[in-house]
Design a binder for this molecule. Structure first.
Ligand code: GDP
Ligand code: GDP
Length: 444
C-alpha cells in the first residue's frame, strides 16, 4: 500500500504547482489511456525509489465563497484523518493569515507527521524575512519555491525520511491482519445516490457483522465481513455511507480520500453506476480511480428496474459503458436492482471469479512460452537500429498478477507493444478479468 501525502492550505498558496512538481516524473505515464477525461488531483510519485501518492486536497474543493473557509477546514480535517503525512502549504509572499492559524491549530492536534512549507520563496532576502511565520509556533519549516523548484529537493528528502520511518517500516502485519489477508476485500465505489448503501444492505443485510473499529480510524470506518460458500468477504465500508440527510450529503463531498483508501485496500471494487441516469463523467472518474489503484473491478449497473425493458436500450447502455471505460475492459458488468434484489446475489460469485484471477500465479514455463510465442509472431520494431532481445519473464507478485520481463533495451518497448503482450498473456493464461502489470527490466 502506498503512503498518502496530502497537500493542504488556503487557495492560491501554490498547492497545485507543488503537486505538479512532486509528481512530475510520472506525468508522462498519466494519460496512457485515451478517453479518460478527468481532473487529476492525485498522482503517484517516486522519489529516491520510494513510491507514494500525493493528493492535492484543494483540487477537490468546490469554490463557493460563503462556505469556503468551512470547507477548507473540513478538507484539512479529512486529510489529517486519511493521509499518512500532511503538508501544509503557506504563502511566503502573502504572509500569515488568521486562517493559516486555524489550520496550524487543527494540524497540531493530530498525531500525523506534518510538514510546514512556506512557498514562493525565490531569493535569500525573502528567506531572511520569514519572522512572522514563527508566530505560528512551528518549530521547523521548509522555505520553497514550487514554481522554480528551489528548496523542493530538501523538502522531498525529509519527506521520504518520514515515509520510510513511519509508514513503510511500520511494524509488520500481526496475525489478525494476516488472517484478514485471506479474505476477499471488497470496496463499493460510486457517486452519491447511485445506491451504495442500498446495495451494501442488500449484500450484507442482516447477516453482517461489524468486525473492527481499528485504532486510528474514526468510529464510522467499519468493515463488515460475511462468510459465503466457504469464502470470507470483507466489505470496506466508508464513513457516511449509512448516514442520512444533510450531514451525509456533506460528507459525501469529502469522501474522495476515503474512497481512494478503500480502493487501495480492496481486492475487488464494485463500481456502482445508476443505470437510470446513463453513464456520467463522474462514474468514469471513479472507474479511473479503481483502475489507477490496480484493483480488480466489477461494474454494477444498479436501478435496472427503472430501465426500459427493451433489449435494444439495454444493449445501448452496455455499449456506452464499454466505450467510455475502455481502460477497464477487463472488468465484468452485471445489471442489478438493489431495491428489488434482482440479481444482486450473483455479485458474490462474480467478485470471486475476479479475485481468483487477481490472485493467480502463472506457471513460469507457460509464461515464458506465451511471451516467446508472442514475440515470434510479431516482433517489436527496431529501436535505434537495434533488435529487442527477450531473455526471460517471471511473475513477481499476485494481486494483481505482476510480471517482469528481462530484455536488452527496456526503453525499446513501445506502449502499444506492451499492450499487445499483456493481451497475449490474458488470452493464453485465461486471465481476462484482472488487471495485469507488466514491467521491463534491463539485462545485459
Ligand atoms: P493552489 O490554489 O494552492 O493550488 O495554488 P496554485 O498552485 O494554483 O498557485 C497559485 C498562484 O501562485 C499561481 O499563480 C502560481 O503561479 C503561483 N505560484 C505557485 N507557486 C509559486 C512559487 O513558488 N513562486 C511564485 N512566485 N509563485 C508561485
Ligand atoms: P448512495 O448514496 O449511493 O448510498 O445511495 P442510496 O443507497 O442511499 O440510494 C439512493 C436512492 O436510490 C434511494 O432513494 C434508494 O432507495 C434508491 N435506490 C437504490 N437502489 C435502487 C434500485 O435498484 N432501484 C431503484 N428504483 N431505486 C434505488
Amino acid at each position: 500500500m502506498k503512503p498518502i501525502v496530502a497537500l493542504v492550505g488556503r487557495p492560491n498558496v501554490g498547492k497545485s504547482t507543488l503537486f505538479n512538481r512532486m509528481t512530475k516524473s510520472r506525468n508522462a505515464l498519466v494519460d496512457d489511456f485515451p478517453g479518460v477525461t478527468r481532473d487529476r488531483h492525485y498522482a503517484d510519485a517516486l522519489w529516491d525509489e520510494i513510491p507514494f501518492t500525493v493528493v492535492d486536497t484543494g483540487g477537490f474543493l468546490v469554490s463557493d465563497d460563503d462556505v469556503f473557509a468551512a470547507e477548507i477546514r473540513e478538507h484539512v480535517e479529512m486529510a489529517v484523518e486519511e493521509a499518512d503525512v500532511v503538508v501544509l502549504v503557506l504563502d511566503g509572499r502573502a504572509g500569515v493569515s488568521p486562517f493559516d492559524q486555524d489550520l496550524v491549530h487543527i494540524l497540531r492536534r493530530s498525531d500525523k507527521p506534518v510538514f510546514y512549507l512556506i512557498n514562493k520563496i525565490e531569493n535569500s532576502r525573502q528567506r531572511d524575512d520569514l519572522a512572522e511565520f514563527f508566530t505560528l509556533g512551528m518549530d521547523k519549516f521548509f522555505p520553497v519555491s514550487a514554481e522554480h523548484g528551489v528548496g523542493v529537493p530538501t523538502f522531498m528528502d525529509a519527506l521520504i525520511g518520514v515515509l520510510v520511518d513511519e509508514v513503510l517500516l511500520a511494524p509488520p502485519m500481526d496475525e489478525k491482519e494476516a488472517a484478514e489477508n485471506q479474505e476477499i476485500c471488497i470496496a463499493v465505489a460510486g457517486r452519491p445516490n447511485v445506491g451504495k448503501s442500498s446495495l451494501i444492505n442488500r449484500l450484507f443485510g442482516t447477516k453482517r457483522v461489524v468486525v473492527s473499529e481499528k485504532a486510528g480510524t474514526t468510529r464510522d470506518a467499519i468493515d463488515l465481513t460475511m462468510d459465503k460458500d466457504g469464502k470470507t468477504f470483507r466489505l470496506i465500508d466508508t464513513a457516511g455511507i449509512r448516514r442520512k440527510g444533510k450531514v451525509r450529503e456533506k460528507i459525501e463531498k469529502y469522501s474522495i480520500l476515503k474512497a481512494l483508501k478503500s480502493l487501495d485496500r480492496c481486492d475487488v471494487a464494485l463500481i456502482l453506476v445508476d443505470a437510470s441516469e446513463g453513464v456520467t463523467d463522474q462514474d468514469i472518474t471513479i472507474a479511473g480511480y479503481a483502475h489507477d489503484r490496480g484493483c480488480g473491478a466489477v461494474f454494477v449497473l444498479n436501478k435496472w428496474d427503472l430501465l426500459d425493458k427493451e433489449e435494444k436500450n439495454q444493449k445501448m447502455f452496455m455499449e456506452e459503458l464499454r466505450m467510455k471505460s475502455k481502460f477497464l475492459s477487463f472488468a465484468p458488468a452485471i445489471t442489478v436492482s438493489a431495491l428489488t434484489g434482482q440479481r444482486t446475489h450473483k455479485i458474490f460469485s462474480m467478485v470471486e471469479s475476479v479475485y481468483d484471477e487477481y490472485n493467480y500465479r502463472i506457471n513460469t514455463g507457460l509464461l515464458n512460452r506465451i511471451i516467446e510465442n508472442a514475440i515470434y509472431r510479431s516482433e517489436p520494431s527496431l529501436h535505434k537500429g537495434k533488435r529487442l532481445k527477450f531473455f526471460y519473464a517471471t511473475q513477481v507478485s499476485v494481486k494483481p498478477p505482476t510480471i517482469v520481463c528481462f530484455v536488452n533495451y527496456p526503453e525499446a518497448v513501445h506502449f502499444s507493444y506492451k499492450r499487445y503482450l499483456i493481451n497475449q498473456i490474458r488470452e493464453m493464461a485465461e486471465l481476462e478479468k484482472t488487471p495485469i502489470n507488466l514491467y521491463f527490466r534491463e539485462k545485459t
